[in-house]
Design a protein around this ligand. Structure first.
Ligand code: SAH
Ligand code: SF4
Ligand code: F3S
Length: 442
């Protein structure tokens, strides 16, 4: 059997796209391998949200050059967000002429046909055609048997001034609720217990559809699907989180008590320059409402350090919000200039040294609060959806709480195979910054 390997960079959107490509390759009779040397087809699914992501792709393409020399029949395909940027496909073709196929984020459904074309051609095949129709029914080979990503909307209309995503993923479009419900019902029948609904801004789900539907209503309808026990979602944009949504998270037991609510900056002045459409005060108000309505809710966030023009005072506003909200965890990023975005041209770029110094101060604060919040779990018994053997300790199992905390736990007296996919009581004994340790509660 011929083998393929897919390497994926970037967010869950890309992960789900890669699962679809794996599904299509399986239907074509290929099987997957984790080893580049064994592969007949190598696919790189790329990200360009920050410069680092691109540098990794270039580095990995460089490594493939020798492999291709020793194995001339190897088919190399590069796809994903990075390829959607102006001039990128030509740049790859010129500098890495051994790449057989380049395509973008809008034509994944054409992958089998593109692959065949590439196999029959001496030249690099490039297809960046923009087809905004939503293709349903693509086969999908998921990483997990217990939890699944389900994209509910594609693209983004927000144009935050630092962000490349709207340019490489196109305009916002929502899947029909009936298609989403069908997919989730099938997942339940296959034994899946948790779904994560994906979109760059799930709060604007439903706009442009004929039906009377929004994100809160979709959640309510999905929670009727029997067998699915947990529903997660990401990402919510603070500018349009609704009270209806807060009510659904509060009242619907299947909807997880965790909201990932990217802050980006705590300074209203910077938020305006970022085109985020909310102020520091509005963000704090939403966070307060979520915490008071839903006790124990976990709030996580994304923060960018060193956006053009960010002063020490602006940065301190960010620290201030972090202290007030007390996030369970935060992804922190150094601002990265993306060509084609409005912020690229902004004059007052922040000095690299200053950026790094602020980044370290933020990280220290974020981590100390994350640890304090995790310590609150010590001695408590929590419900954990058991997913797998623990990564660092083969004698333990791992899973997550409703609030998204990673739990590693011992399970003496139980058979691991009986626990996978079940929600079990686990007593937390020790908390760290990134995870909790415990043992199954009898
Ligand atoms: N749609 C999601 C985020 C998608 S990108 C949202 O709006 O929340 C994930 C994160 O990458 C963003 O939240 C932001 O914090 C970060 N990011 C995006 N562009 C960036 C850039 N140019 N430099 C640094 N970080 C960036
Ligand atoms: Fe980027 Fe903003 Fe869209 Fe998120 S909402 S993908 S940060 S433009
Ligand atoms: Fe990267 Fe594309 Fe996601 S740019 S972050 S993979 S939408």
């Amino acid at each position: 059997m011929k083998k393929y390997m897919i390497e994926t960079w970037g967010c869950q959107m890309n992960e789900e796209d890669s699962e679809k490509m794996a599904g299509m390759l399986n239907s074509m009779g290929y099987e997957s391998t984790g080893n580049k040397e064994d592969a007949d087809i190598i696919v790189f699914n790329t990200c360009c949200v920050r410069e680092n992501a691109e540098l990794k792709v270039y580095g990995n393409l460089g490594i493939l050059k020798n492999l291709k020399k020793s194995k001339p029949d190897l088919v190399i395909a590069v796809c994903g967000c990075m390829m959607q940027q102006k001039g990128m496909a030509e740049n790859i073709k010129k500098n890495y002429p051994f790449v057989n196929l380049i395509f973008g984020t809008h034509n994944i459904h054409k992958f089998p046909q593109l692959l065949n074309n590439a196999m029959q051609s001496q030249n690099t095949i490039i297809d960046l055609s923009e087809d905004y129709n939503i293709e349903e029914g693509i086969p999908i080979k998921r990483e997990s048997k217990i939890k699944a990503f389900v994209t509910i909307m594609y693209g983004c209309n927000n144009f935050c001034t630092y962000c490349i995503v709207p340019y490489v993923r196109g305009r916002e479009r929502s899947r029909k609720p009936s298609d989403i419900i069908k997919e989730v019902s099938n997942l339940s029948e296959e034994g899946y217990r948790e779904i994560t609904l994906l979109g760059q801004n799930v709060n604007s789900y439903g706009k442009g559809l004929d039906e009377d539907i929004d994100f809160a209503k979709l959640l309510t309808r999905l929670s009727d699907v029997e067998g699915i026990e947990r529903i997660r979602f990401m990402t919510s944009h603070p500018k349009d989180i609704s009270y209806e949504l807060i009510d659904v998270i509060k009242n619907c037991s299947k909807v997880c008590k965790h909201v990932h609510l990217p802050l980006q900056s705590g300074s209203s002045r910077i938020l305006k320059l970022m085109n985020r459409n909310y102020s520091k005060e509005k963000y704090l108000k939403i966070a307060d409402k979520l915490k008071s309505e839903i006790p124990g809710i976990a709030l996580t966030t994304d923060i960018i350090i060193g956006f053009p023009g960010e002063t020490e005072e602006d940065f301190e506003e960010t620290l201030d919000v972090v202290k007030m909200v007390r996030f369970d965890s935060a992804f922190t990023f150094l601002y990265s200039k993306r060509e084609g975005t409005p912020a690229f041209k902004m004059k007052e770029q922040v000095d690299e040294r200053v950026k790094h110094e602020r980044f370290n101060r933020l990280l220290e604060l974020v981590n100390s609060i994350a640890l304090e919040k995790n310590k609150e779990y010590e001695g408590k018994t929590v419900r954990v959806l058991v997913e797998d053997i623990s990564k660092n300790d083969g004698t333990k199992l791992m899973g997550r709480t409703d609030t998204g905390k990673l739990v590693n736990f011992s399970f003496e007296g139980y058979n691991a195979d009986d626990l996978f996919g079940k929600i079990e009581d686990v007593k937390i004994e020790e908390a760290f910054t990134w995870s909790l340790n415990g043992k199954i509660a009898k």
